[in-house]
Write a protein that binds this ligand. Structure first.
Ligand SMILES: Nc1ncnc2c1ncn2[C@@H]1O[C@H](COP(=O)(O)OP(=O)(O)OP(=O)(O)O)[C@@H](O)[C@H]1O
Length: 578
């Protein structure tokens, strides 16, 4: 990925490298020129107006270096920010393709840390270190070192003696910094996860009186993240003393050996001046090398966390290319599924058929496998045995987009986005008119509730807006599903939070809708049997098995689980009515 990015932005890196070469050339030229000027001044060869030309050239060169440095930096940063944006897009695209099984193993807060903090770290490394910055400063270091050798090789060798030791110190520091940076990023991910969970569960924490305990836990994680950040900072700070000590030693050697060589008349004072200037100029690339190395190590640590997520195999294959004819019958054949690590299967050998225009009710005690069936239907998980077919096409042979356009799913706890009620409903059909949206809301028996909101359909809901009741949220989601063109409507316990009267109204509307869309099939999963009594077929699940099936009347006659449950719910309803 990084290599591809460099290839794509080769122009930016080539121009940064060219600018750096000019900087290097001028940095090399300036001390030489100053040395010549000093020698000419000492020899009395340069006086008065003759000084103007060499001095103005020096000023111009200084100015050019300054401008080139700004240009070089901006070029690299622009490319780095682009890399950040691309990595974020790529991460998002990858996560969007992953199935729920993947997210069960990942922590949301950690993924958020990857998308923000870790990508920032890679971005910095790419901008400053990984590319032209690193190579450039090292080239400059090499050129400057060569220049010191070219003045007098003995003096050069002696003064450069401490440098290999510095290299060794850099290697050691980098190794430890890498580990410390990785630890720091991981702890930041933990902290982020805690923020996400605490905010999402703040009401539960408050209700259970756990706010103080959660605050302590958060404090401990924040402290641990701060300590880890400080530990990596400590290693990062070690680069500077290593550079400082190396330079101090090089200067001491240069002055002692250089002074002796001047006394022996082997070199001139001008040459020694130029030599010490070269040494002085080494400060910048050396500090830069330390800084760049630390960014690089941090970037490598962040990349080590990011790469597995970017390259994780997709848990949901989308290789199907088959077309779906209109009016497709849904069939399940011997469907079995066991959650990873579960003792018993959530579904075992389930068969069913749902023809276009028909309604299927699925009932059963809690944990019977009703929602699991929907998961398999939506391909949120793949069956261990058996298969699901639409118009005789196995689901994996259909593109996911086709499957999703075919099914409108309303879960028990639907998600509303931070947007207006109208926008939340219109998600199912972008471009729907206000009249379409209102018609869908009326069918879902939520129009009156919406009309009572402060700004009606324009009221903001979701995290930043008005809080809707569970039943209102369910009905907004039903309106969303009804607005879509999907041929199969799945109400997955989606009427659990509405009262019986509203449930009846919605189901009546669904029946009326049949006239307009005779091919639309409906799956109603419910605990309240009144929600499925008009279904063309009802299946009763128990511990993953279909134990009864038939129409409401047939099931009552059968005298099994359904009949007993019906009697129980009737008594309950009459008691409530009293
Ligand atoms: N993510 C999961 N990991 C492991 N087991 C799971 C998971 N989700 C559900 N199960 C188990 O699978 C079985 C079937 O669950 P499912 O949610 O399909 O039941 P359900 O009939 O929809 O129940 P309810 O009416 O309470 O929603 C249960 O035993 C449940 O504990």
């Amino acid at each position: 990925m990084l290599a591809t990015f460099v290839r794509e932005h080769w122009r930016a890196y080539a121009s940064a490298a060219a600018m750096l070469s000019c900087i290097a050339a001028m940095t090399v030229w300036i001390p030489r020129q100053v040395g010549h000027v000093v020698d000419a001044l000492v020899a009395g060869k340069l006086q008065g107006p003759a000084l103007i030309e060499p001095l103005s050239l020096l000023v111009l060169a200084g100015l050019a270096i300054y401008l080139l440095r700004v240009g070089w930096r901006l070029t690299l940063f622009k490319a780095a920010y682009r890399l950040g944006a691309r990595l974020r897009t790529r991460l998002f695209a990858r996560l969007a393709l992953q199935g729920p099984a993947y997210f069960q193993q990942q922590r949301t807060g950690d993924l958020m840390a990857l998308a923000t903090n870790d990508i920032d770290t890679v971005e910095m490394a790419a901008g400053e270190a990984m590319l032209a910055g690193f190579d450039g400063t090292q080239t400059l270091l090499l050129v400057l070192a060569m220049m010191t050798l070219s003045i007098d090789w003995r003096l050069g060798l002696a003064a450069l003696l401490p440098f290999p030791l510095m290299g060794l110190a850099f290697w050691w520091i980098s190794k430890h910094l890498h580990e410390a940076a990785q630890d720091s990023l991981t702890r930041f991910g933990d902290l982020n996860q805690q923020v996400q969970e605490s905010l999402a569960g703040v009401r539960t924490l408050r209700a259970l009186g756990l706010v103080d305990r959660s605050r302590q836990r958060f404090g401990a994680l924040a402290d641990s993240a701060a300590e880890a950040a400080f530990r990596s900072q400590r290693w990062e700070a070690a680069y500077e003393p290593a550079v400082g000590m190396t330079l101090a030693a090089a200067y001491a050697i240069a002055l002692a050996v250089g002074g002796w060589l001047v006394a022996q008349r082997e070199i001139t004072i001008g040459q020694l001046t130029a030599f010490t200037m070269y040494l002085g100029q080494l400060i910048w690339p050396m500090f830069a090398a330390g800084w760049v190395l630390s960014l690089l190590e941090r970037g490598r640590a962040a990349w080590a966390r990011l790469a597995p997520v970017l390259d994780a195999p997709l848990t949901l294959a989308d290789a199907g290319r088959a077309a779906l004819p209109p009016g497709a019958t849904l069939t399940a054949e011997g469907l079995s599924f066991r959650f990873p690590g579960a003792k018993r299967p959530a579904l075992e050998a389930v068969d069913l058929t749902l023809a276009p225009g028909r309604t299927l009710g699925i009932v059963g005690a809690t944990g019977a496998g009703k929602s699991t069936l929907v998961r398999l239907l939506l391909r949120q998980a793949e069956p261990d045995a058996g298969r699901l077919l639409l118009a005789d096409v196995p689901l994996p042979d259909l593109p996911l987009a086709t499957l999703r356009a075919h099914i409108a799913w309303v879960p028990q706890e639907p998600f509303l986005f931070s947007a207006s009620v109208a926008d939340n409903i219109a998600l199912a059909r972008p471009g729907a008119t206000p009249a379409d949206i209102e018609a869908a809301a009326r069918l879902a028996a939520v129009h009156d509730d919406i009309a009572r909101l402060p700004q009606g359909y324009a009221t903001e809901v979701g995290e930043r807006g008005v809080t809707l009741s569970g039943g209102q949220r369910q009905r907004v989601a039903i309106a969303r599903a009804l607005l879509s063109d999907a041929a199969l409507l799945v109400l997955d316990d989606a009427l659990s939070a509405v009262d019986t009267g509203t449930e009846t109204a919605i189901l009546d509307h669904l029946r009326e809708l049949r006239a307009a869309r005779p091919d639309r099939s409906v799956i109603v999963i419910a605990h309240r049997l009144s929600a499925v009594m008009d279904a063309d077929e009802v299946i009763v699940l128990k511990q993953g098995h279909v134990i009864e099936r038939g129409t409401h009347a047939q099931l009552l006659e059968l005298g099994g689980w359904y009949a007993a449950q019906w009697r129980y719910q009737q008594i309950e309803a009459s008691l409530e009515a009293e």
